[in-house]
Design a binder for this molecule. Structure first.
Ligand SMILES: *[C@@H]1O[C@H](CO)[C@@H](O)[C@H](O)[C@H]1NC(C)=O
Ligand SMILES: *[C@@H]1O[C@H](CO)[C@@H](O)[C@H](O)[C@H]1NC(C)=O
Ligand SMILES: *[C@@H]1O[C@H](CO)[C@@H](O)[C@H](O)[C@H]1NC(C)=O
Length: 396
């Protein structure tokens, strides 16, 4: 009798032990969007299914993975909002997320897909198809069109990783990182037609510690655009073109504006791009600034403006009193940059009259134009050169 009781107690103890072990070594909760009613047929609206899967993941006290299998999932605007009960949420995508063909459905809201107030989300794989061609055509014909949605917005978030994602044919920007800290994009592949309007590849603003690594961007506007308040930004091993280059700006549209500080762009290749390495500011009063920027190891292949600082941006020449930019640009280094310019002026530093550029450094920069030496133009730009520099520097 005693023995039997004892072994029952043992069995109960063992069962409890196994349950506890199972909890503490819990594998992440796996949430397949198909189990929530999503359909990979490109025509059933899967928005509610994705939204419920997100609520479930975000409310789970254990780490969770949302799984999107192969196929095309039609989605309208979707808001993945936090904060969540457990920060470790992975979204593993084997399939394609498709926006509605009618651009009006998502085109009047800022973002098609947005993550806001999350900490620790990781997005792996997948393709976003913004189906933007209809909206681009509308804009090019100057009709009454919605402004369009960014395909993927990451707002006010921390510790986000986006790995191996593709984005095609966004209506407006492909990816926007706004108000974030510690975001890594790696192996991202972005494409849209070279004449699609406002389809910036990745836009970063008001964010610190952002890295864009090992990625390919060909699109109709800037490959990467860097807005006010970007700090500690690293862009490495990126191919750009067609596109409008890697651009710091436009800055200085507003008077009270955060500056751009500590940006490194290295090992980048530009092909058939409108610009290579660009800094662009409005010709308007502003407290903004740009400093501590390093552009190194870049190859230019048929680029219209390989190296350019333009502080006289003022579309339509409207609302730019005196056409003078208040943005102070200093400490910008260009090292080991080679290749071909598609225009005669390969280097242009057109700086502000009231806040001249200073500490511009050129080291081993050689560019050619139709097999002869191109030109460099400077106004209000001071700095130094080291090593071989062609075109001959015009810095004072
Ligand atoms: C998230 O889950 C992990 C693993 O189970 C756990 O260690 C961690 O404490 C959880 N975080 C929160 C905020 O519950
Ligand atoms: C500048 O940014 C890089 C990331 O590109 C970071 O590793 C470094 O610590 C930053 N430097 C300073 C002084 O904050
Ligand atoms: C510039 O070229 C010189 C001579 O080839 C080399 O020693 C130096 O390391 C180069 N600097 C950079 C930043 O590439």
């Amino acid at each position: 009798m005693y023995l039997i009781t004892n072994s029952i107690a043992d069995a109960i103890f063992l069962a409890l032990f196994l349950i506890l072990c199972h909890k503490s070594f819990a594998t992440p909760t796996m949430l397949n969007v198909m189990d929530f009613g999503a359909k990979p047929d490109a025509k059933t609206d899967s928005t509610a299914a994705f939204s419920t899967a997100w609520s479930s993941a975000c409310g789970d006290i254990n780490p969770s993975t949302i799984y999107v299998p192969k196929g095309r999932f039609l989605l309208k605007n979707l808001h993945f909002s936090g904060p969540c009960s457990n920060n470790t949420i992975t979204i593993q995508v084997d399939g394609t997320l498709v926006a509605p063909l009618d651009y009006n459905v998502i085109g009047n809201v800022g973002n098609w897909l947005i993550f806001e107030d999350v900490d620790g989300v990781s997005i792996r794989g997948g393709t976003l198809d913004g189906q933007g061609a209809g909206l681009w055509a509308c804009k090019m014909h100057g009709s009454n069109c919605p402004s369009g949605a960014t395909s993927l917005g990451i707002w006010n978030s921390k510790n986000v990783e986006i790995i191996g994602l593709s984005s095609i044919n966004s209506q407006m920007f492909h990816i926007v990182i706004n108000g974030c800290q510690n975001v890594k994009l790696q192996g991202v592949d972005i494409s849209a037609s070279g004449n699609s309007p406002n389809t910036d590849g990745v836009h970063v603003q008001l964010s610190t510690d952002v890295a864009i690594l090992n990625s390919k961007i060909s699109t109709g506007d800037d490959c990467v655009s860097i807005g006010p308040g970007a700090m500690n930004l690293l862009i490495e091993n990126v191919d750009c073109g067609p596109g409008h280059g890697i651009s710091i700006g436009s800055l200085g549209k507003d008077f009270d504006e955060a500056g751009v500080h500590n940006v490194t762009v290295r090992t980048v290749r530009f092909k058939d791009a409108q610009n290579g390495l660009r800094i662009k500011t409005w010709g308007r009063p502003s407290k903004g600034f740009v400093n501590n920027v390093v552009f190194q190891h870049a190859i230019m292949d048929n680029v219209q403006n390989p190296i350019v600082i333009d502080q006289n941006y003022c579309p339509g020449n409207k609302n730019c009193p005196g056409q003078v930019s208040g943005v102070k640009i200093s400490d910008v280094t260009y090292q080991d940059i080679h290749g071909t310019s598609a225009t005669e002026v390969a280097v242009k530093f057109d700086c502000s009259k009231s806040k001249p550029c200073d500490q511009i450094k050129l080291e081993n920069v050689t560019l050619s134009y139709q097999n002869h030496a191109p030109k460099a133009l400077c106004s209000n730009a001071a700095g130094t050169t080291t090593g071989r520099v062609e075109p001959t520097s015009c810095l004072v």
